[in-house]
Design a protein around this ligand. Structure first.
Ligand code: OGA
Ligand code: MN
Length: 210
């Protein structure tokens, strides 16, 4: 397989940009191709089997800590050049970044992302993704890597939208959800099965002096 690319004016990306502009979030049930979804799931399981995933921390910097009562997922940050499937994912996200910059003038400069594995029963309580002391995260993006996910498996991403509206997203393989990181509180409900995803954040430049 070669690294996959998609032009930043692809209709799928333009639809996501329009949704973000209008509503502050977007859900695409058919985003990642099946083959790539399966390869990313295999990569996540391999890293897990090799002990590379670690319990995720809450917060950032010196005060971050592991708190399973808040979030029970295991994560590993990804970098380019580690696996072809990850590089394809990063290319797709870079095209989405360009599309958002062109359509929304967000000035997104980089993307950070990690694999996440929620063991059965694990959850992530209601939160927002932007840190109190660091407002660089602008847009959150989650892609799901699970085969044949059914509503009775649980594991929904529950989003708290404007006007008291709640919206649940099933973590079905190949789907993508994006939302404004500072504006959409959300939580991950416990599942009866292992739940795999890649979660990432598009960031603008910080205002700290260099
Ligand atoms: C997160 C998160 C949502 C999901 O990692 O911050 O909210 O559906 N993930 O996995
Ligand atoms: Mn989150």
């Amino acid at each position: 397989m070669r690294v996959m690319q998609i032009p930043s004016d692809h209709p799928l990306l333009l639809r996501i940009v329009d949704d973000l502009a209008e509503h502050g979030w977007s859900q695409q049930n058919i985003f990642l191709p099946l083959g790539l979804t399966q390869e990313l799931a295999a990569e996540c399981r391999k890293r897990s089997a090799e002990g590379e995933l670690a319990p995720a921390a809450v917060g950032r910097g010196p005060t971050s800590e592991i708190r399973e009562g808040i979030r029970g997922d295991h994560i590993q940050w990804i970098d380019p050049g580690q696996a072809l499937a990850c590089d394809s994912y990063l290319e797709l996200m870079d095209s989405l970044r360009e599309a958002m910059n062109r359509g929304l003038y967000l000035g997104l400069e980089d993307f950070e992302s990690h694999f996440a594995l929620y063991p059965p029963g694990a959850f992530y309580l209601k939160h927002v993704d932007r840190f109190r002391d660091d407002d660089r995260r602008m847009v959150s993006a989650v892609v799901y890597l699970n085969d044949a996910w059914l509503p009775e498996h649980g594991g929904q991403l529950r989003m708290y939208l404007a006007d008291g509206v709640e919206h649940d997203v099933l973590p079905a393989g190949g789907s993508l959800v994006v939302f404004l990181s500072g504006e959409v509180p959300h939580e991950v409900l416990p599942a009866t099965r292992e739940r795999l995803s890649l979660t990432g954040w598009f960031r603008r430049r910080g205002n700290e002096p260099f």
